[in-house]
Design a protein. Structure first.
Length: 679
């Protein structure tokens, strides 16, 4: 113990000398502007030398699309052979069937669908608006946007039409205003149709974060500005809304810097990295690109103190933060307050919060203990590792000639509640109604109950989460790529399957598709789809996963190697795994995206047909019942009926609000949703 104490004292003295040395070098400097020779007035938001990261909106992909007549013919034959299997609709299938999506309102009214269009009826079934909308977009509790043909309007949830004029696009905001699109562009109006922002912009989005609200107004794809909700205050900035963090009503955080939204300037300009560590206290870390040392500053540029740090983590609600310094290429960690003063000196090789009052610490001898934030040792530095299990317990690990003897510690009173536990790691399992844990030791894992007693049938190489919230899969990986898996519930009870009169509890691979249907590969290599009623259909495919398709009783399958197919709830093959990709079916459109090969992509309908046959190399949803399609390196637009409404001759096509934008060379033109050309 004497050697350890002297060593710790030596480290402490070295660290303190380092701190004093740095402090003496900068004790006359009060601001970061002086220290870094930086302009105190900041700089323009458009002069920060940031890369232009504004993303284009729904651009067409540039994908190789050489025609392959053999693949096209094969795909036609394949779908003709398997399409009839989609039409089965018995009691088993109907149990899985999902009804068409409806919009429900706070007053009990809801949408209904008839002949492919939507209407509104009240709770008694009285029709308020007949089925005349091809799209309904719910917009809060009080209303919706309904599209008829190429135009839309805003309707209250009792069916009353709110606006006198129709628009190409409408989006309500949290400020009771409406973002609208006209032939002239995007603008903002009130629900009384008073113009707040004149419709003339490329696009407008509402941004509401941390109680701050702004309009993000794009003059073009890449140039935009923030506008306040009263439309009187604008802030131009060279970034996207996703890159902005609103700290408060004055300060914003952007890539590399902090912005004063009132003065419209970056606070810190040049080649610096800025990281906010406390919104509450308006504190940030800043460093030069050429130097790893960081300084704690206030948003106004004042140095909190003159000490350089290697790092400071985010300040917690207790107004404290873990900080570190560098000494001889090693990091030493301590605890600071909001004034940058050391509450716990930086003498630890590791330091982390267990909760707001306790810290996990590792000393220079690589021994770990627990401290309070007042720097009182409550668990001695006698352990090789200590880790938090949950909010109540920690696992303190001792290693003796590779033998594990761990203690479980109550974090509230720092008492040992269980000794000589043979686990190096214990983690809380994200399963089961009761609290269970996964214990790890000597390359094996098992499941423990709330008293940290083993409940799994055995120890396994790995314990995986099972196919539902009440199951685990314990797997042993053997030589020659062999493995054995067992399935057990939260109480440790083994799950068994009866296959052709024989009961099995150990498998090579196990997949629960539904509670009534499983797929297993036996240790002998035989595979079966097995129902709980005892029916078994032989299928030796090694599936990587199987998921519900969102229609009927069909499931999307993917085998190892990456090929997709479809089965039904009885384990019968609907489409064998021959596709490069098949998605689940979209509940709105009733379509599943597929890729047969790199040159043949499109959509499958709920009836098992290719939406447009094999007419196009590639298709993509544009919304509102329209699709962009590609042939011979050119894009066009077709509607759901397959009618070509925009010629296939453009290099790019994207949807901006309720208008279709097309590009040919440097020329950009517009069409409405019906394909009418707009001057």
């Amino acid at each position: 113990m004497k050697i350890k104490t002297n060593h710790l004292l030596l480290v402490t003295l070295l660290v303190l000398n380092t701190l004093n040395s740095f402090s003496q070098q900068t004790d006359q400097v009060k601001t970061i502007f002086e220290l870094f020779n930086m302009a105190a007035e900041g700089c323009s938001l458009l002069d920060n030398n940031q890369e232009d990261v504004v993303e284009s909106i729904m651009m067409g992909e540039n994908v190789s699309n050489k025609k392959n007549e053999v693949n096209e013919k094969d795909l036609d034959l394949l779908m003709k052979a398997y399409t009839p299997l989609f039409k089965r609709n018995d009691k088993v299938s109907s149990k899985y069937e999902k009804k068409a999506p409806i919009v429900k309102f706070e007053n009990g009214n809801q949408s209904f669908k008839k002949d492919g269009k939507y209407g509104i009826k009240n709770a008694k079934g009285t029709i308020l608006i007949p089925a005349e909308f091809h799209t309904i977009v719910q917009s809060g509790e009080n209303g919706f946007v309904g599209y008829e043909n190429q135009f839309c309007n805003y309707y209250l949830n009792d069916g009353e039409k709110l606006l006198r004029g129709d628009y190409y696009y409408i989006k309500p905001t949290v400020k009771n205003t409406l973002i609208v699109q006209t032939k002239e562009g995007f603008g903002v109006i009130s629900k009384n149709e008073e113009v707040i922002i004149s419709p003339s912009y490329y696009h407008i989005k509402d941004v509401f974060k941390n109680e701050q609200f702004y309009y993000w107004v794009l003059k073009s794809k890449k140039i935009g500005f923030y506008m306040s909700e009263n439309a009187k205050d604008t802030t131009f900035i060279n970034t996207t809304p996703n890159e902005i963090e609103f700290i408060d009503s004055i300060y914003w955080k952007s890539y590399r810097t902090i912005i004063n939204s009132k003065t419209k300037r970056n606070l810190f300009c040049g080649k610096y990295v800025v990281e906010v560590v406390s919104d509450k206290h308006q504190l940030a870390l800043i460093r030069k690109y050429s130097n790893r040392l960081k300084y704690l500053i206030k948003f106004n540029g004042d140095l909190v103190n003159n000490l350089p740090f290697a790092d400071i983590r985010k300040f917690r609600d207790n107004n404290l933060a873990i900080a570190s310094i560098k000494k001889e290429r090693k990091s030493f960690y301590g605890l600071i307050d909001k004034n940058g003063e050391w509450i716990i000196k930086p003498i630890y090789s590791r330091l982390q919060f267990l909760n707001d009052s306790k810290l996990l610490a590792t000393d220079s001898n690589k021994k770990t203990g627990i401290l309070t934030i007042e720097n009182k040792t409550i668990i001695a530095f006698d352990y090789d590792n200590v880790q938090k299990i949950n909010e109540h317990y920690a696992l303190a690990v001792k290693l003796d000639n590779k033998l594990i003897s761990s203690d479980i510690i109550d974090l509230q009173n720092a008492e040992i509640i269980k000794s000589k536990v043979p686990y190096a790691i214990i983690t809380k399992a994200k399963r089961c109604d009761t609290e269970v844990f996964i214990g790890k030791r000597n390359r094996t894992e098992c499941v423990l109950n709330s008293d940290f007693e083993k409940i799994s049938p055995a120890d396994y190489t790995r314990v995986f989460y099972g196919p539902n919230d009440n199951l685990f899969i314990g797997t042993n990986f053997l030589e020659n790529n062999k493995r054995q898996s067992q399935v057990f519930n939260c109480k440790g009870k083994l799950q068994t399957l009866n296959i052709k009169g024989k009961t099995y509890d150990t498998f090579y691979n196990y997949e629960e598709i539904t509670p009534e249907l499983h797929h297993v590969l036996l240790l002998t290599g035989e595979g079966y789809f097995v129902s709980t009623k005892g029916k078994a259909i032989e299928n030796n495919t090694h599936w990587q996963y199987i998921e519900y398709s969102n229609i009927k009783d069909l499931f999307i399958t993917m085998k190892y190697g990456g090929k997709y197919g479809i089965i039904n709830s009885l384990g019968e093959t609907i489409i064998p795994p021959l596709f490069k990709y098949i998605s689940t079916f979209d509940s709105e459109t009733g379509l599943a995206k597929y890729s047969f090969d790199k040159n043949r992509k499109g959509y499958i309908t709920v009836d098992g047909k290719l939406l447009f046959g094999t007419k196009y190399i590639e298709t993509g949803v544009l919304d509102y019942g329209n699709f962009k399609v590609k042939n011979n390196e050119k894009w066009g637009v077709v509607n759901l009926n397959g009618d070509e409404i925009v010629p296939i001759k453009y290099s790019e096509i994207w949807l901006n609000g309720g208008l279709i934008y097309v590009k040919q060379g440097n020329s950009v033109q517009h069409f409405d949703l019906l394909g009418n050309f707009m001057e």
